[in-house]
Design a protein around this ligand. Structure first.
Ligand code: UD1
Ligand code: CA
Length: 456
């Protein structure tokens, strides 16, 4: 296989986004538009990826720090040809170049491969038959169907404007030709720009074959210019992701009501109900069920676990056959072992809960180590923070914490201990004993009367 250089054009201002963020940094599925293009580029295993940047370029560069990318600046936007000219110094003599657009996030790897399979001795262009071709460069073919030129909309005659086959902007060719052609460009056209598309005529004049691959998939060649495009492409991206999951055997109650902003990998017989959002990296084991309205980020959920509605999970690991929610909140650093139960209005943070333990109602458990087979009663709170420092609570195996107790950390509840309901525990509780701490006496006042409304 011959050497490959990929040039990504990303100097466009993106005025129509009405945003302080450079256009290519807006996100689809929580990855920047340019990030999607770079991801596609990488799958093609190029020797070099060269990004031509302009407006807001420094922020764009910083976003991709540490990636093996060559950045070249196009200070002034003088056209697509001028943009590619900025990259010439980095092009390898013996390579082919693929040109991609930094604002076309759903670019298809297979389409690129089709172009590249012809790019060693031809100019290969990805085209598309567009119902409304307004604004696009038109593919001009001779009566034999051979491509003769690309004419920009503004330069086209009325007859040429009727042509619906348009240039997507994605093309590939050998560098030995590209470099020569770039040197021949002029800006002698309606827009006074250096058009990359003029290389088609040069190729024809010099007897180099020009071929087009016509894609059927409009979205894979759609550029983002406004927030309306961003929203549309986001939906397409999500629909396609959901479709992939369905093909893998995941049950989605409604594929239109699922959002994945990152990667979601699923085992067999996973079920996901409506309105769930997955962020970062989420892994669901076999037979996991996610009920409606859950938000799950960076989590590993093992086989057989059920997540009930309205549960929020962030940076958490959950073992097999656990029961979580409804209305549970699992915050970063939470590790739940198999067969654990976490119920409604329970918040866990940086806590490890061992096999079979239950925290079913209205509790805050933070910075705690909870052993096996522990039952934490309703309304239990670990007081982990003194306003300046955080301390751990240790609850050993087989402990029973009575409802509405406060465990003031640092504190250890030893194995098999029972804490009486309503206790405020400030000292370690010994193993296998009942420990409680309440007001001494329970009083009843026989003569007491409820206050009544005073009539005016
Ligand atoms: C270009 C093509 C047109 C094609 C259309 C597809 C030319 C002359 N025209 O149109 O045939 O139908 O794309 O969308 O090539 N860019 C730069 N620097 C510049 C100008 C553009 O980096 O000076 C980048 C933009 O950021 C964008 C891409 O090139 O990613 C295309 O630019 P855009 O202005 O959208 O396309 P046109 O030039 O109008
Ligand atoms: Ca333009």
């Amino acid at each position: 296989m011959s050497k490959l250089n990929i040039v990504i054009l990303a100097a466009g201002k993106g005025t129509r986004m009405h945003s302080d963020t450079p256009k290519v940094l807006h996100e689809i599925g929580a990855m920047s538009i340019l990030g999607h293009v770079i991801t596609c580029a990488k799958t093609l295993k190029p020797n070099k990826i060269i990004v031509v940047y302009g407006f807001g370029g420094e922020t764009v560069k910083d976003t991709f720090l540490g990636e093996n990318i060559i950045w070249v600046k196009q200070a002034e936007q003088m056209g697509t040809g001028h943009a590619v000219q900025q990259a010439v110094a980095y092009l390898d003599d013996d390579a082919n170049t693929l040109i991609l657009l930094g604002d076309v996030p759903l670019v298809d790897t297979l389409d690129c491969q089709k172009l590249l399979s012809q790019a060693s001795d031809k100019l290969a262009i990805l085209s598309f038959n567009k119902a409304d071709p307004t604004g696009y460069g038109r593919m001009i073919r001779d009566p034999h169907g051979q491509i003769r030129a690309i004419v920009e909309h503004k330069d086209a005659t009325a007859l040429q404007q009727k042509i619906i086959e348009v240039n997507t902007g994605i093309m590939a060719m050998p560098n030995q030709y590209l470099v020569k052609w770039l040197a021949q460009l002029t800006n002698d056209n309606v827009q006074g720009e250096y058009y990359l598309t003029d290389i088609v005529e040069f190729a024809v004049q010099q007897g180099v074959s020009v071929v087009a691959e016509i894609t059927e998939d409009e979205w894979s060649v759609t550029g983002i210019n406004a927030k309306t495009d961003l929203a549309k492409i986001e939906r397409i991206y999500q629909t396609r992701y959901a479709h992939q999951l369905l093909l893998q055997g995941v049950t989605l109650k409604d594929p239109a009501r699922l959002d994945i902003r990152g990667t979601l990998s699923c085992g067999r017989d996973v079920e996901i109900d409506v309105n769930c959002l997955f962020e970062g990296n989420v892994r669901l084991g076999d037979k996991v069920k996610i009920a409606a309205n859950c938000v799950i980020k960076n989590a590993v959920i093992d086989a057989g676990t059920h997540i009930a509605p309205f549960t929020h999970i962030d940076d958490t690991q959950i073992g097999e056959n656990a029961r979580i929610g409804p209305f549970a909140r699992l915050r970063p650093g939470t590790i739940l072992a198999a067969h654990t139960h976490v119920g409604n209005f329970v918040e866990l943070k940086n806590s490890q809960v061992d096999l079979g333990s239950k925290i079913n109602h209205l509790s805050y458990v933070g910075d705690a180590t909870v052993g096996k087979n522990v039952n934490i009663g309703a309304g239990t709170i670990t007081c982990n923070y003194d306003g300046a420092n955080k301390f751990r609570t240790v609850i050993e195996d087989d402990v029973f914490i009575g409802s509405d107790s406060q465990l003031v950390a640092p504190v250890t509840i030893a194995k098999g201990a029972t804490i009486g309901a309503g206790s405020t525990i400030t000292k370690d509780a010994p193993a296998d004993q009942l420990t409680f701490c309440r007001a001494k006496e329970q009083k009843s006042i026989a003569s007491w009367k409820r206050p009544v409304k005073i009539k005016k």
